[in-house]
Design a protein around this ligand. Structure first.
Ligand SMILES: NC(=O)c1ccc[n+]([C@@H]2O[C@H](COP(=O)([O-])OP(=O)(O)OC[C@H]3O[C@@H](n4cnc5c(N)ncnc54)[C@H](O)[C@@H]3O)[C@@H](O)[C@H]2O)c1
Ligand SMILES: N[C@H](CO)Cc1c[nH]c[nH+]1
Ligand SMILES: [Zn+2]
Length: 427
């Protein structure tokens, strides 16, 4: 793990930290594209083939049956079910508040009625990861905003267990939210199936949800065939810690993100050299205790501790555009004002990322690989479209006709000009 002053980073070092998984994304493009084409051509047969190849499971049925969902309730501790229920309430609360901010709009300008009316995307496919860990929490994070937005048909797809079943907690989360169908398919083959449709899995209008680099590249490649939310790949955190930050908390939050994926990326920026060394020590201590050592160790290659003034830390964070940003400083709210790019921000030492991952109510599906520069995390608007409309009468058409005719003729589109001219000349 690199530990260095921000102003002494070489161009190459800075690029390596900031670009994290981008080159890997390009490297696997061909493999992913081949799988997608096969699913497009051969439907369920290809989906089963790749599930055998990558998940080691021979599936007869891709759809999870009602019996399998009922059986799941006998396999999951009631405390987990209760936690799913409580998290669901908080997530619904926050996303309903988001929905309250979205309204139809109608104005009148120069006699022209201009408006905008909101509609939900009809068919939604939610990808729920399930490779190195299963993610029932992602069921809540993807399906609840879609439900609140009013989407008609919501399906989940998630990798099977080694026994060829759906992960029980994932199935229960889907059942509790009330999704329409659940499929036990993961990886590229799941994204292909949702994008093109197969005999069993319906083609959707939008695919949302996070995943590893294979899933993320697959989403990128099917964009256009369907809509996608954004690229939500291997997890990331950037922490801004001043000299008051608790080094143990910083280390814990570092490990909490690194344990997701060998490609996870964790960057700590701090104002104090002593704090940097203390944090590094704590990370190594926590690493010794950690359950998922191998994954965390690999993630360390994408990680760094950087030292600089508070301004330098903020500037670096804005360049990096992290999925999660933790601000562990004296006055985190003041720093938030200077943050231009981040998926979600966690303010102060008692707001660790895992609270947002599971329970507070904000969404944990967030843009990675610098996508926070231009994309928000998952929210109700991801599932909404705004249809604009207008109504003119002869008088308001006359008023605006000069602009339209002039610009249309300047573009050489005389048909456009004529469609207006003929109307205003008509007796
Ligand atoms: N950005 C976010 O919002 C967010 C949220 C939650 C999780 N995540 C990330 O989601 C990811 C989950 O990853 P995961 O691996 O645990 O589950 P996953 O479901 O994303 O991927 C598992 C699937 O990958 C496929 N796969 C594995 N190796 C392959 C190969 N060599 N070629 C082709 N396909 C292959 C398999 O089909 C398998 O079913 C992690 O990176 C985690 O950090 C991100
Ligand atoms: N930190 C992940 C987003 O990168 C979300 C998550 C789900 N479960 C645990 N964590
Ligand atoms: Zn997490």
């Amino acid at each position: 793990m690199l530990i260095k002053k921000i102003r002494e980073l070489t161009e190459e070092e800075e690029k390596k930290i900031i670009c994290r998984n981008k080159s890997d994304l390009e490297d696997i493009m061909q493999i992913v594209s081949k799988i997608l084409n096969d699913v497009k051509k051969n439907g369920d047969r290809a989906v089963k083939h790749y599930t055998k190849k990558f998940d080691g499971v021979e599936l007869e049925e891709l759809r999870v049956s009602r019996e399998e969902i009922e059986e799941a309730y006998n396999l999951v501790d009631y405390k987990v079910i209760e936690a799913i229920e409580k998290a669901k309430e908080n997530i619904i609360y926050f996303h309903k508040k988001q929905m309250e901010q979205i309204n139809d709009l109608e104005v009148k300008k120069d006699g022209i009625i201009l408006g905008q009316t909101v509609r939900a995307i009809e068919n939604v496919g939610c990808y729920v990861p399930g490779g190195r860990a299963f993610y029932p929490s992602t069921v809540l994070m993807t399906t609840i905003p879609a439900k609140v937005a009013g989407c008609k048909h919501i399906v989940i797809t998630s990798p099977p267990t080694k026994e060829g079943k759906g992960n029980p907690a994932t199935l229960i989360a889907g059942d509790i939210v009330g999704v329409d169908e659940i499929f036990k398919v993961g990886g590229v083959q799941a994204i292909g199936a949702l994008a093109y449709g197969t005999e069993t899995i319906p083609k959707v209008d939008i695919i949302v949800g996070p995943g590893n680099i294979y899933v993320t590249v697959a989403k990128k490649l099917v964009y256009g065939e369907v809509a996608i939310d954004f690229l939500a790949g291997p997890s990331e955190v950037l922490i801004i810690a001043d000299e008051t930050a608790n080094a143990e908390f910083v280390a814990l939050d570092f490990i909490a993100q690194a344990e997701h994926d060998p490609n996870a990326s964790c960057v700590i920026t701090t104002t104090s050299e002593d704090k940097a060394l203390e944090i590094k020590e704590k990370i190594l201590e926590e690493l010794n205790r950690a359950e998922r050592k191998e994954i965390i160790n690999s993630a360390l290659k994408n990680s760094a501790i950087l030292i600089g003034s508070l301004e330098e830390c903020i500037n670096f964070s804005n360049k990096y555009a992290p999925e999660h940003l933790e601000i562990l400083t004296k006055n985190p709210e003041d720093i938030l004002k200077k943050i231009d790019h981040a998926g979600s921000v966690f303010l102060g030492e008692y707001s660790p990322v895992p609270v947002g991952d599971y329970a507070s109510g904000t969404n944990h599906v967030l843009p990675t690989s610098q996508f926070a520069r231009m994309s928000s995390g998952l929210n109700v608007e991801t599932f909404l479209k705004k249809i604009t409309y207008q109504k003119l009468d002869k008088e308001s058409l006359k008023q605006i006709s000069d602009i339209v005719i002039t610009l249309a003729e300047a573009e050489g589109l005389f048909g456009h000009a004529e469609a207006v001219r003929r109307r205003i000349l008509k007796k």
